[in-house]
Design a binder for this molecule. Structure first.
Ligand code: ADP
Ligand code: MG
Length: 157
């Protein structure tokens, strides 16, 4: 297993490469981890989540952007995966109503697309990743600047 610092920051040149990065990131994930994804439409957030799902050994489900449901739950892998997409979130209330704490502080891994929409609700141990278009099929994936997280993934770097 490569260290997280060997995986990131990095650039990918295809959807498959971003998927592969997700698979390798998944090896580091533990129960209760929260991964927050930042980046424009088409930056590759969902592609990365698909890779994480594959890396967790989640059986071949169609992982797509849960745009209309806020959260999809995927089971059957090493850990449950809770895939959020906050793109259409109108207010934080909606996220409370979802019972988000059960997910964020539960036994699975939460991954949040458009995490900036729920920034105040992200736990201290959140791992923040930024995805950026570099033109064509190139994307840059980096650590998003984040407050110190003593009990989080970043402390495992
Ligand atoms: P987001 O969830 O950030 O809106 P998606 O993962 O749904 O983005 O879509 C990314 C799109 O960009 C897909 O159509 C994918 O095939 C394409 N793509 C091209 N190059 C890459 C790359 N290097 N990494 C991820 N996706 C890429
Ligand atoms: Mg998406």
């Amino acid at each position: 297993t490569a260290a997280l610092t060997d995986l990131l920051p990095c650039e990918t040149d295809s959807p498959e490469a971003t998927h592969a990065l997700g698979r390798r990131l998944a090896e580091h994930l533990r129960p209760g981890d929260v991964v927050a994804l930042y980046g424009d439409l088409g930056a590759g957030k969902t592609q990365l989540v698909k890779g994480i799902a594959a890396g967790l050994g989640i059986p071949d489900v169609e992982v797509s952007s849960p745009t209309f449901t806020l959260v999809h739950e995927y089971r059957g892998g090493r850990l449950p995966l809770y895939h959020f997409d906050a793109y259409r979130l109108r207010n934080l209330e909606e996220f409370f109503d979802l019972g988000y704490e059960e997910y964020f502080y539960g036994d699975g891994v939460s991954v949040v697309e458009w995490a900036d929409r729920i920034e105040p609700l992200l736990p201290p141990h959140t791992l923040r990743l930024r995805l950026e278009h570099l033109g064509g099929d190139r994307r840059r994936i980096t650590w998003h600047e984040a407050p110190p997280s003593p009990d989080g993934l970043q402390s495992r770097l």
